[in-house]
Design a protein around this ligand. Structure first.
Ligand SMILES: Cc1ncc(COP(=O)(O)O)c(C=O)c1O
Length: 470
């Protein structure tokens, strides 16, 4: 287990409030046992998401002061556009306030009812945005991605045989474009290899189908390519990124991840007609094309973040800190998804709580107990997020993986806090028999995990936290 040493020091600190077990229980009940509804200042270590939670650098904060808030033609837009072009290489750069707006603009412009968008695995907002157009969001990741024990270096790869089969079955006209999500968040933050991306491009070329990336964690994916793929060990990550994007026709991006900012996103495309139509829609729903729902200062912070994220010292620390948490858990026998992902460690809830059936949301039960006992917030990626009701019988159709994601914000927590998280989870694992299943008392028709409410099946038993208070 290698201790990840930080390539930065702390200049500004944000105090974290300690809460008691009773307070957390009260907050959980008020939140309907949904951690999205627990106030953030009542969380000790917040691993809900790595999205929008990064600590910005002094360079980024300095950039905020250089914000040009002109309605049209802000100088920060031109800087941002030049940075995006220099990394991603696509002609048109369309800023949005976050990733799902980029998705919404793209899908509402290009995807028509009855069409199908293949992806390795669609993220929840991506799937919801495709389905909102009455189109099919088809996940075609390699089958090993669903085996939590299989240790492939590139478990986010697209299954090319299934992609070709889908194209032949549905017909080229039904597929407006194919996507690949780097890294594959919903499949454990697993990377996609350059070879797989190149072959996907070749396959799509044969059918004349455009190819886009969901690029949220592109730098982490490129670092894995450098670490794991033959021929890339000596290449700078920026060159790996340029090669990777050269195989695509565009991307959607939530800069709240590898843009190292708290808000921001963009679409970047080569197709002039799509870019034109999307820009028209952008003006209607986000704002003028040189700010797209953001302030000039946000664009500056994003431009600087996109450059900083490619710093290899930073990336080495980032990937090692996540790996450190995973290795501490593994050493104690806690079941996790392997290999350890780029931005998060995923607990395997089916093995952590084998006696709780998927109908009783074992991953959500883990999420709630981690908060109640140790003040740690995580997120369910399982039946709550991806389960679906059968239209005829009303029965729940379960996803294959039942996971709890411990997403590590970038440059935010110390290694001691990471060790606290590991110690807490090990302690919970040793008392796992006392954890109870849940029922869902409310669900919204779309993206239900954000607003669902739950009840515990029986009264909670007391679990001993490592600290009396956290
Ligand atoms: C892979 C992926 N795509 C898209 C999004 C959506 O981005 P945003 O939250 O900025 O709307 C996310 C957010 O977590 C994501 O992880």
């Amino acid at each position: 287990m290698r201790f990840p040493s930080e390539p930065f020091r702390i200049k500004v600190v944000e105090p974290i409030r300690r809460t008691s077990h009773e307070e957390r229980e009260r907050l959980l009940q008020a939140a309907g046992y949904n951690l999205f509804h627990v106030p953030a200042d009542s969380v000790y270590v917040d691993l809900l998401t790595d999205s929008g939670t990064s600590a910005m650098s002094d360079q980024q904060w300095a950039g905020l002061m250089l914000g040009d808030e002109s309605y049209a033609g802000s100088k920060n837009f031109y800087h941002f556009e030049a940075v995006v072009r220099s990394i991603f290489g696509y002609r048109y750069v369309i800023p949005t306030h976050q990733g799902r707006m980029a998705e919404n603009l793209l899908f509402s412009t290009v995807v028509k009812p009855g069409m199908c968008v293949p992806n390795n695995i669609h993220f929840d907002t991506t799937r919801a945005n495709v389905e909102h157009q009455k189109a099919e969001a088809l996940d075609l990741v390699i089958k090993e991605a669903y085996d939590p024990h299989c240790e492939l270096p590139f478990k986010g790869n697209m299954d090319l045989a299934r992609l070709e089969e889908a194209i032949n079955r549905l017909g080229r006209r039904s597929i407006p474009f194919a996507m690949i999500t780097i890294t594959n968040n919903s499949g454990g933050g697993q990377p996609v290899s350059m070879e797989n991306i190149r072959k996907t491009r070749e396959l799509l070329n044969r059918y004349g189908i455009p190819f886009l990336f969901d690029a949220c964690r592109f730098a982490e994916n490129c670092f894995f390519i450098k670490e794991r793929e033959t021929g890339y060990g000596e290449k700078p990550v920026i060159d790996i990124a340029r090669e990777l994007f050269s195989y695509g026709d565009g991307c959607t991006m939530s800069a709240k991840k590898d843009g190292l900012v708290n808000i921001g996103g963009f679409l970047s495309l080569n197709d002039e007609r799509w870019a034109q139509e999307i820009t028209n829609m952008l003006i209607l729903v986000e704002g003028f094309p040189t700010y797209g729902g953001l302030a000039g200062r946000d664009l500056e912070a994003m431009a600087r973040g996109l450059q900083e994220v490619l710093d290899e010292e930073y990336l080495r620390f980032r990937i090692s800190q996540v790996r450190y948490l995973g290795e501490l858990l593994e050493a104690a026998g806690v079941p996790i998804l392997k290999p350890i992902g780029g931005h998060a460690v995923y607990l395997n809830a089916k093995e952590f709580l084998p006696s709780i059936p998927q109908d009783q949301f074992p991953a959500q039960a883990l999420v709630l107990n981690l908060y109640r006992e140790y003040g740690i917030r995580s997120v369910e990626i399982g039946t709550v997020m991806f389960g679906k009701r059968d239209q005829v019988t009303g029965r729940m159709i379960h996803p294959e993986l039942e996971l709890v994601r411990l997403a590590i914000p970038r440059r935010v927590y110390t290694n001691m806090q990471i060790a606290y998280v590991a110690e807490s989870i090990v302690s919970l694992y040793n008392q796992r028999d006392s954890i109870k299943g849940l029922t869902m008392s409310y669900e919204a028709p779309l993206l239900r995990h954000f607003t669902a409410r739950f009840a515990e099946l029986s009264s909670p038993t007391t679990i001993q936290p490592p600290d009396a208070e956290v």
